[in-house]
Design a protein around this ligand. Structure first.
Ligand code: SF4
Length: 272
């Protein structure tokens, strides 16, 4: 573990995350997946937007970009187009990635560009004070919804699939080893890959919704997550208050930068 910390983290302690926050667990899973795959650190770029989870890019010892709010995907798309051989990993949150960045998200998925998106889903805007996000469950409280939000929630995995993503998975901070494996599969996938990582925010989300402390929130993840394989043996009513974890969707489609290269070659020949 010491080797991993020395190799992949910048010495920037103390970090900004609250005690009990799951962001460190998800970030650790990304690093372990990178280590497991033996990726070249000099050929791996981490791009983030803005928010609690997006601070991860600043702690990691890679070429990193801590970009603007909701704009991690356009920046990552530019990097991937300029240098298709780089491994480009996007770190984003439910607010950053699905609200202000939602349009970028669906179009990156539609293009099937070979980016790996790790979306830390803590169900709230944590950094800015606990406002509800598109992934805050309906009726849950937020500083902007003190009586509960009336909005319906995105299923970001279904949205990604419908938009054209060719690898979609969901894991949790509780199921850490599975999360490492899912992220490794996502990085290895040739196309747009999403891993939704359910993570606990005991401060901005948990407090307002009386979810208890970090161990209780982790226990909630343990008790409500069902693997895709186990779900096949359960009746719909047994899955009513549960969510699926594992690989939710995998398909093949032309990858954007490869298609773009073909067009460049055609243009260089002057052929239309
Ligand atoms: Fe983590 Fe929530 Fe604190 Fe942000 S506000 S650092 S998500 S616990």
């Amino acid at each position: 573990m010491e080797k991993i910390i020395e190799k992949y983290y910048r010495p920037r302690l103390p970090h900004i995350w609250c005690p009990g926050c799951g962001n460190g667990i998800v970030t650790g899973a990304i690093v372990k997946a990178i280590d497991k795959l033996g990726l070249d650190q000099n050929k791996t770029v981490i791009v983030s937007g803005i928010g609690c989870s997006s601070r991860a890019s600043g702690y990691l010892n890679f070429d990193t970009v801590h970009s603007a709010h909701g704009r991690a995907l356009p920046v990552a798309t530019g990097i991937k187009l300029a240098e298709p051989d780089l491994n480009v990993i996007v770190v984003t949150g439910d607010g950053d990635g699905t609200a202000i960045g939602g349009n970028h998200f669906i179009h990156a998925a539609r293009r099937n560009i070979n980016l790996t998106v790790i979306l830390y889903n803590n169900n709230i805007y944590g950094m800015t004070g606990g406002q509800y996000s598109p992934l805050t469950p309906t009726n849950n409280k937020a500083t902007t919804a003190p009586y509960g939000t009336v909005e319906r929630t995105f299923d970001i995995a279904e949205l990604a699939k419908a938009a054209g993503a060719t690898f979609v998975a969901r894991g949790t901070a509780y199921h850490t080893q599975m999360l490492v494996d899912l992220i490794a599969q996502a990085i290895s996938h040739d196309g747009f890959a999403l891993v939704e990582a359910i993570t606990q925010c005991p401060i901005s989300y948990g407090r307002q919704n009386k979810m208890g402390d970090a161990p209780k929130m982790l226990a909630w993840q343990r008790d409500h997550a069902v693997t895709v394989e186990a779900a096949k043996k359960l009746a719909p009513e047994q899955l009513a208050d549960k969510f699926l974890i594992g690989v939710l969707h995998k398909s093949e489609a032309p990858e954007y930068t490869k298609q773009y290269d073909l067009i460049l070659a055609k243009a260089q020949k002057g052929a239309r």
